[in-house]
Design a protein around this ligand. Structure first.
Ligand code: OOG
Ligand code: MG
Length: 245
């Protein structure tokens, strides 16, 4: 697992794509999550901290775009949190997608704890940067690659409210590039939060107070160029912006 994790981690550090692991190795889903964990361990060894989890393929739009049809999860570290500017120079082929984010204010030991643990909800975005050539992978490949996680940001935290059907719009340089409804995320992003709690519990991970949970994109991701201004808004949650260079 460590050799495979090293391939992916080096690819991320160098900003250079690698062939899919499954082209050369037999990798099933449990083994892929072991590789993912080893990738995270390498980040932790460099001083990063886990600050949340992300869900992937919780909407049909994403499943169809990437040709994968299982919900997956990955881990977010503090180094992935984007404030208002992102340098894309070190990235391979970044994409951006709108997200709904939850902030936990209590530990979550299992799905039954999840909703009561939420301290806030926000509109967010995720920057994906698959470490694989052509952004192409199997389910096991993308799990090993920490679900393509690269960066994320969120708008102001709001008290939890019904987020089951919020209009989401993502604009680049003032032009709408993706729009949809939060209902596309498993029918309600709260279901994705509960699923995150279930997957984490099964993996022996306790979600911590202060952690962020990204529920998954409601729309397909779009290429993120340098020198762009991106704005993602969700009805009732305000907006979040990021400028790339
Ligand atoms: C994998 C990550 C999927 C989401 O929100 O569905 C994801 C990818 O599309 O490269 O983050
Ligand atoms: Mg995502």
């Amino acid at each position: 697992m460590n050799g495979l994790a090293e391939i992916l981690d080096d690819a991320a550090l160098a900003g250079r794509a690698v062939p899919r692991l499954t082209d050369a190795a037999d990798l099933d889903v449990p083994a892929a999550y072991e590789v993912q964990r080893a990738v995270i361990e390498r980040r932790l060894a460099r001083g990063e901290r886990v600050i949340g989890v992300k869900m992937g393929f919780t909407s049909r739009a994403k499943m169809v775009q990437m040709g994968v049809d299982d919900v997956i999860w990955g881990l977010l570290t503090d180094a992935m949190l984007v404030e208002s500017h992102l340098d894309t120079a070190g990235l391979i082929h970044p994409r951006i997608e709108p997200e709904i984010a939850f902030l936990l204010e209590r530990p979550v030991r299992g799905p039954a704890d999840a909703v009561a643990a939420v301290g806030g909800v926000a509109v967010g975005y995720e920057v994906l940067d698959s470490r694989y050539e052509d952004f192409s992978f199997t389910l096991a490949d993308v799990i090993a690659d920490n679900a393509s996680a690269s960066g994320f940001g969120h708008g102001p935290w709001r008290p939890l409210r019904d987020v089951g059907n919020l209009g989401l719009v993502m604009e680049i340089d003032g032009r709408p590039v993706a729009s949809g409804s939060s209902a596309a995320i498993l029918g309600d992003p709260l279901r994705s939060l509960t699923a995150a709690a279930r997957l984490a519990a099964a993996a022996g991970v306790e979600l911590q107070p202060g952690w962020v949970v990204l529920a998954g994109a409601a729309t397909a991701a779009v290429p993120l160029p340098a020198g762009a201004h991106v704005r993602v808004s969700a009805a009732g949650l305000g907006h979040v912006e990021v400028t790339t260079r």
